[in-house]
Ligand binder design. Sequence first.
Ligand code: NDP
Length: 316
Amino acid sequence: MSHSTNEKVRCLIIGSGPAGYTAAIYASRASLSPVLYEGIQPGGQLTITTEVENFPGRPEGITGSELMNDFKKQATRFGADIRMGTVTSVDFDKKPYKITIDGEKVIEADTVIIATGATANYLGLPDEQKYAGMGVSACATCDGFFYRKKTVAVVGGGDTACEEALYLSSLASLVYLIVRKPYLRASTIMQKRVKETPNIKLLFEHNAVGLFGEQGVEGACLIKRKGEPDEEKVSIAIDGFFLAIGHTPNAELFAKWLPTDEKGYIKTHPGTPRTGKPGIFAAGDVADPHYRQAVTAAATGCMAAIEAERYLLDIK
Ligand code: NDP
């Protein structure tokens, strides 16, 4: 297949969550004429949550989709070139870096800001989709507030699950922690906190296999000691079902070229969005296994654009 002359850009931004759009706002104001590709989920993970109440400057709260529309509007206002399209491969071997869009168009970029985010892992039950936005969530910090004085369940046995269960225990009246093994994987201190919290009920050796409810989630079907001779079906009444079984960073395309950690997150120089390659930066959840908040993603997007601007000045 022959390609027409490659388009050349100074700053290419991959991804359209808070990190990508914030990078676009800063890069366009710095006259880098950024081009941003939105990817397969324009607006990113926030578009699948309900209300966002913890984004500073939005005292009344806002839906995730509206917030991301505003980010986009703000980036467009300063001239960012926002395009539909998904990066399908990259060649970061040497400069200028080459990025292929939708398997066809090739763009040459002096700087690249990777803001492709992460995807929460789900169990893979059809009911998780059936009740999406109706009681199923993968973010307690985002949605926990809606379960004040209610009963919820968290699935997982790692630090995230314990953290989410503890957070929810301050809001909900009862939190079930559904753990597939007979023990928690989380750090000792988190385990201790969970065990000492009276309204967290640990369900070890339980697997969630389904959800039920008329208007939204009203309960979960579990199997205790699955596959054992004493296997037992258990049903619990809940209003919310939270997944905390890990996230997968959307970094596979880049792993060949950039150092990643054991979970696949792009490694950055501590406290900066710099990757192992000059002029390539990673911002937001794709490089953040710890905080994963819209505001922290936006902050690193801003940092990446400032880094890109300085890098371009230095190589002039
Ligand atoms: P982890 O990979 O540590 O834990 C995932 C948990 O989900 C495990 O208990 C695992 O079970 C369970 N799980 C995975 N798949 C399934 C499934 N299909 N069905 C049921 N259960 C499942 O992920 P985390 O997000 O908890 O943590 C990621 C990293 O971030 C860790 O290194 C953690 O220490 C760190 N972190 C640190 C925090 C802190 O220090 N405050 C807070 C949050 C995260 P199993 O144990 O059986 O494999």
